[in-house]
Design a protein around this ligand. Structure first.
Ligand code: AKG
Length: 239
């Protein structure tokens, strides 16, 4: 086997230089990563660290109505069920179909809570026939990705009530879409059961909202209204 060529002093110097550069670069990458992970500004984004996004209103819903709605949903939902929709199916309408679902007769407590919240926020156009409600049940580790509720499909306000939020600092985060999360742009809702939200204006149309992976069970009820013209274009869903 031919012997390996001896390193010349020049080659040894070059080798030492490139090894040092490699080491420094690796150290810099580790330091940068640590800065991102441990940066207090980044960590604070999990808290309500800045002002409320324009157009977002919050209030506390009556606790007895919240408890009744939660109890009603827990009775209707199976252990592994992640979503429950009321009135119309969202996914069917995405496919151009109007699929009616169970509504106020089956979920009187939820509807009573929704009406109370609509009154409290003084929502004017809340046509019951165009309402689409979505219940989301989260277990530890589950999340909802950043999105803006479809503006071609829904008009006006988007309302929601937190029915259960067991994890400390878990909950809804609002931030502008397409911008990396930062303390200046993130708003995390300080959640408790009964916190009701109304998204309008910029908070509805410019900010996305998401639920980062939760640490404990969480239950939310969100509702909004189809645009009349959008609904008219949907074909009846045939079973
Ligand atoms: O769980 C939540 O609070 C958010 C629900 C939501 O954004 C949606 O259903 O579109």
């Amino acid at each position: 086997m031919p012997s390996l060529p001896e390193f010349t002093p020049e080659a040894r110097r070059l080798h030492r230089k490139t090894s040092a550069a490699y080491f420094i670069n690796s150290a810099l990458i580790v330091i940068r990563l640590a800065m991102v992970v441990f940066d207090p500004a980044f960590a604070r984004c999990n808290l309500a660290c800045n002002g409320t996004p324009p157009g977002l209103r919050m209030l506390r819903a009556p606790s007895e109505k919240v408890a009744a709605a939660r109890e009603e949903l827990e009775r209707h939902m199976s252990t592994d069920q992640r979503t429950l929709e009321m009135q119309y199916a969202y996914s069917a309408s995405k496919q151009g179909l109007l699929k009616p679902l169970r509504g106020s007769r089956y979920f009187p407590a939820c509807y009573s809570l929704m009406e109370a919240v609509e009154r409290a926020f003084a929502i004017e156009s809340c046509d019951r026939d165009r309402l689409q409600a979505m219940v989301r049940c989260y277990k530890a580790g589950q999340q909802l990705r950043l999105h803006i509720d479809d503006t071609a499909m829904f008009e006006g306000s988007v309302l929601s009530v937190i029915l259960r939020c067991d994890g400390h600092k878990d909950g809804l985060v609002l931030r502008p879409q397409g911008v990396p999360p930062s303390c200046e742009t993130c708003f995390a809702v300080d959640e408790e059961p009964g916190v009701a939200l109304c998204l309008e204006g910029s908070s509805r149309y410019d900010f996305g909202h998401e639920v980062p992976p939760v640490t404990a069970p969480r239950l939310s009820l969100t509702w909004r209204w189809f645009r009349a013209a959008y609904m008219q274009r949907l074909s009846p869903h045939m079973r």
